[in-house]
Design a protein around this ligand. Structure first.
Ligand SMILES: C[S@@+](CC[C@H](N)C(=O)[O-])C[C@H]1O[C@@H](n2cnc3c(N)ncnc32)[C@H](O)[C@@H]1O
Length: 1007
């Protein structure tokens, strides 16, 4: 290949992402990145941000748009994987420790050791390897690589020594570092191969990206993301060397993207300067706080955290009772709070006990808040003189139904000047413990202890309250603390409403107690430059009345407010001292210097984009997964009044009415307006990738509509799975992302529905043939792993269908752009729905599992197909819940959960025959009267050692028309055989029962 970068040489070449993408490997990498939590590259800028798209996925999308698909797909894939650091040699660099020459020689067979290594003293080493290093004469021999051995050859040998080739990809990813953690060196070995394949002369990503841009667009590629959020996509584009335009409606998002560009992506000098400013900020704030003397005990101890609870008067006893769900303060230190009755004052003193017995710890798990069931109304409970009293929290609030049917209560609405409860408020707040720390004598670490609240602690509280009371109005005017009202959000979650209803908080500063207002207010006051404003938002996130205290073993800390996205009031919470805010306020940001002059970020609606942009990669809001425009007001409230010059042109408001949200008509309209405008700003050979979370069945029709109406057409679609299991929610939390690749739609092609049917069928079949073919071809590269699994192929099938559909501007005489935005009538399937449903069915028909005859497959019910298909996948070792959800949608199985034995995110599986027992036989079940159900029933009976003739007798009753319809018996034999094979390793006992069944039915005498 000649190395000359000719402008526009690739102008009309298809992009790699339009032909292939190693989605399985990408899923493993994306999962790894998602699980690294606070270790993620941009997280320190704003750990509160929900829904960061993995950088590795973004990199794949951007590169995939720029690289060409050549007529050698296998080599395309190899080169792409090298660029993504997914090849064996990159894994050597990603390995926690590279093997040393001695280790390599111990395990590899090498004919001539001197071909690679030099030794000292020179003549002692055997001529060939493996070398037995236990020989005494070899003890002191030193071995090193020969200087002339290339990095590539070294890595090849090291990779062999690590036995990487024998390790499944997921295991490799688990053990290795992420590519970006070894950015400096991971790609050293790839450039010759890359340049040879592409005709480029690059030695870095910015070189390569610039050259590919020239070959495709005539200049360095201009990449844009108009829904940039936390900046994950534009940051990756910047790191790769594109010219980047990023924008978002929300100023908090624009600020995070600014931080990605100019802090994480900033120069090394800039970073050193910032570190100094961060230190100064913390010192200044600490000095101000220390002037008040409110975080130290005067005895060498400094506070780390203050624990607060609500307190209320029990309406039955007249006692003031602290509202504390669990009295355990620290499991590690075995510290509990004890409520000591003080009958004279009808209140409780709170004492702390540390080092208590396990029994006491268990007993302390129950505090003064109880519930009958997990989500039922909480009640206050306490005991006076042996008598237990319970009062519902709703009763304390005085909940009542208004004439219009809504609920209200008698909680006082807090005023703007309020910053703590006033004496007659239902809920008072009380400091009940302090976590102290003191440097150890060695000076290296700290001693910690929890103490009950003393008189002097209360005096310090009074000082803080006095100070805040005196300065609140002035600080609000100056914008150092919020004065903004809480506007409750809309459906589905009405964010903020709970705060107003259950606490009476009406303004955002009510979510912070006086200590928190003092410290964050000071941080805001002294954070005078843009790069320090991140300290303010992080301090607010880590230090509000919604910050839970976590006393788990070895934890003893206060969590961030956006631990989850629910803005709900807590009964107890932790407050960090200034010292305990060091990490979030002055983090050690990662640093990947980029050319900042090529990056632009603004705060405007997506429709406002102007100029020319070659590549759009966007991740629009979809389906209300996160209500950005509501929850980010928590931060806007702190930042809006006094922004630094970099952010001062932005509208510091969430502009909810302009936000794209929901899933209905408004959502489609908003999306179409945005994507239409982006299409106008894109050259004819421009390319787009839209990412969206795959969560509702109607998504394909929605996206087809949006694509049509925006003047685009689909050229490919991919599905990347990133599953996480969250302890915060019941069950599993599954996430998968669809990537839709789009080009401009040119011309006004027309077709009819009849012609489309054939075309879709052909395209789907071709796509599936191509991908399964590539699977086979890439076997050498992938050993026993597939490039694509069935679910990917199914997805590609849908994509093929969308590709055909969106090619046409007019179908059956209807202009699709107008059809696409026609308002929907609830419950009625539209023309587009019909087309998509047809396409999806066509794709599914092409996915008959091996061992089932095609003519039978078409006759099985959706639930049967689901079970058979997923068993096939389980037999191949796949167990992500996501597959089950996707196929349930594809096969239209409403109640797939009743067919599941486990629904854990990465340990999902179907119910076994024995687990089914006698369930799912009756009329309500989707397996009712199905041949599969009857076969599973028979297997269950055989596994329980029932007599064979009885089992067959039951089977003939359970299978409808067993005797009158010969095909039914054929199916029983087919299914028994299929189950026997698939269950062989999963459940050998059931496999054996299935074999017995197959023989019993085969040998059954009929008539
Ligand atoms: C799913 S998020 C993007 C997340 C981002 N890719 C990341 O990794 O952090 C969608 C973003 O769209 C923004 N948004 C909503 N409506 C918008 C509009 N009309 N114009 C521009 N941005 C909008 C939201 O503020 C949100 O930041």
């Amino acid at each position: 290949m000649s190395h000359s970068v000719k402008p526009f040489a690739l102008k009309d070449s298809p992009a790699l992402i339009e032909r292939l993408l190693p989605v399985q490997k990408l899923s493993a990498e994306a999962y790894k990145e998602q699980m690294s939590n606070q270790g993620k590259t941009l997280t320190a800028l704003g750990s509160y941000w929900k829904g960061r798209k993995p950088l590795i996925l973004n990199k794949a999308c951007i590169l995939g748009c720029l690289l060409p698909a050549t007529d050698n797909p296998k080599r395309d894939l190899e080169i792409f994987e090298k660029l993504m650091a997914m090849d064996d040699e990159s894994f050597v660099a990603r390995w926690p420790r590279r093997p040393k020459p001695r280790e390599i020689l111990a395990v590899l067979s090498i004919a001539r050791v001197t071909d690679y290594f030099v030794s000292d003293p020179p003549m002692l080493l055997p001529a060939s390897a493996p070398v037995d290093w236990s020989k005494p004469e070899l003890k002191d021999v030193k071995v090193a690589w020969r200087d002339d051995i290339s990095e590539l050859d070294r890595r090849r040998l090291e990779g062999e020594a690590l036995k990487l080739a024998e390790m499944p990809y997921r295991k490799r990813v688990e053990a290795a570092k992420r590519p970006e953690e070894v950015m400096d060196s991971v790609h050293d070995h790839i450039w010759d191969a890359v340049n040879n394949h592409l005709g480029t002369k690059a030695h870095s990503f910015p070189d390569l990206v610039e050259q590919l841009g020239i070959m495709r667009f005539g200049h360095r590629p201009r990449m844009a993301d108009t829904f940039c959020g936390s900046g994950q996509i534009p940051f990756e584009a910047a790191r790769l060397g594109c010219d980047v335009y990023a924008s978002d409606l929300n100023p908090v998002a624009s600020m995070l993207t600014w931080g990605a560009f100019h802090i994480v992506g900033g120069s090394r000098d800039g970073r050193i300067e910032l570190e100094c400013k961060q230190r100064q900020l913390l010192e200044t704030v600490q000095a101000e706080v220390d002037k008040l003397g409110v975080e130290t005990d005067g005895d060498g101890w400094r506070a780390k955290a203050f624990l607060y609870c609500l307190e209320t008067r029990c309406p039955q006893t007249g006692w003031m009772v602290p509202l504390i769900p669990s009295l355990i303060i620290s499991r590690g230190k075995k510290t509990i709070a004890e409520l000591v009755p003080d009958p004279d004052h009808k209140r409780y003193a709170i004492v702390l006990r540390s080092g208590v017995t396990e029994g006491k710890l268990v007993a302390a798990a129950q505090g003064t808040i109880g519930r009958d069931a997990k989500f039922s109304d909480a009640y206050l409970m306490h005991e006076v003189e042996g008598v237990s009293y319970k009062s519902r929290i709703s009763t304390l609030r005085g909940d009542y139904e208004k004439p219009d049917g809504t609920t209200s209560n008698r909680i006082r609405a807090w005023e703007k000047v309020d910053f703590r409860p006033i004496p007659n408020d239902v809920f008072q707040e009380r400091l009940y413990a302090v976590h102290w720390m003191r440097p150890k004598k060695s000076g290296k670490s700290f001693d910690y202890e929890f103490r009950a609240v003393t008189e002097t602690d209360l005096e310090r509280e009074t000082i803080v309250e006095g100070f805040v009371g005196k300065h609140l109005t002035e600080w609000q005017m100056k914008g150092w603390v919020p004065d903004m009202r809480i506007e409750p959000g809309g459906p589905p979650r009405y964010e903020g409403l709970n705060l107003i209803r259950s606490r009476g908080w009406t303004h955002w500063h009510h979510l912070f107690n006086p200590r928190q207002l003092l410290v964050i207010g000071l941080i805001n006051r002294y954070a005078t430059i843009a790069a320090l404003k991140f300290a303010v938002s992080q301090a607010a996130n880590w230090n509000s009345k919604l910050s839970t205290w976590d006393g788990s073993p070895g934890v003893d800390t206060t969590h961030q407010t956006f631990y989850n996205q629910a803005l709900n009031g807590l009964f107890t919470y932790g407050t960090r001292s200034t010292a305990a805010l060091t990490k979030p306020v002055a983090p050690d940001y990662k640093n990947f210097p980029t050319d900042e002059s090529r990056l632009r970020v603004t705060c405007e609606p997506a429709t406002a984009i102007a100029g020319h942009h070659d590549v759009f990669v966007t991740d629009p809001p979809y389906g209300d997964a996160v209500k950005y425009e509501e929850i980010l007001e928590f931060f806007i409230a702190w930042l809006r009044k006094d922004p630094p010059p970099e952010f001062s042109d932005w509208v510091w408001d969430s502009r909810r009415s302009l936000a794209v949200s929901g899933e209905d008509e408004d959502f489609r309209r908003g999306m179409v307006a945005a994507y239409k405008r982006m299409t106008e700003c894109m050259p004819d050979n421009g390319i787009q990738v839209i990412m969206f979370t795959h969560q509702s069945g109607s998504i394909w029709a929605d996206m087809a509509n949006i694509v049509w109406a925006s003047g685009l057409r689909v050229t490919a679609a991919w599905y990347v799975v990133t599953e996480t299991e969250s302890t915060l929610r019941e069950g599993s939390f599954v996430k998968g992302t669809v990537l839709l690749v789009l080009r401009k739609r040119h011309g006004t092609h027309k077709t009819t529905r009849d012609d489309l049917a054939w075309e879709i069928q052909e395209e789907v079949e071709k796509q599936i043939r191509d991908l399964t073919g590539l699977n086979q071809e890439a076997k050498g590269l992938y050993r026993d792993e597939n490039v694509f699994e069935d679910a990917d192929i199914q997805m590609a099938g849908y994509a093929a269908a969308l590709r055909v559909l969106t090619r046409y501007a007019v179908i059956d005489g209807r202009g699709m752009a107008a059809e696409a935005i026609r308002p929907r009538v609830k419950g009625e399937a539209t023309f587009v729905d019909g087309l998509i449903a047809f396409a999806v069915d066509t794709a599914n028909q092409c996915l008959v599992p091996q061992g089932i005859q095609e003519r039978h497959w078409k006759e099985y019910t959706g639930a049967e197909r689901f079970y058979l298909k997923l068993l096939d996948l389980e037999a191949k070792g796949l167990k992500t819940l996501d597959n089950y959800q996707n196929f349930a949608k594809a096969f239209k199985v409403r109640g797939f959960r009743t067919l599941m034995g486990s629904q854990k995110a990465n340990e999902a599986r179907l119910r076994s025959a024995v687990e089914f027992g006698k369930n799912e036989m009756s009329e309500g079940s989707e397996l009712h009267q199905s041949v599969l159900r009857a076969v599973l029933y028979a297997i269950m009976e055989l596994a329980k050692n029932l007599d064979g003739s009885d089992v067959v007798a039951h089977l003939t009753l359970n299978v409808p028309d067993y005797y009158s319809n010969q095909t039914q018996r054929e199916r029983v034999i087919e299914l028994a055989d299929y189950l026997a094979k698939k269950l062989e390793t999963l459940r050998p006992e059931e496999a054996s029962a299935a074999r017995v069944l197959r023989e019993l039915v085969k040998n059954q005498r009929l008539g």
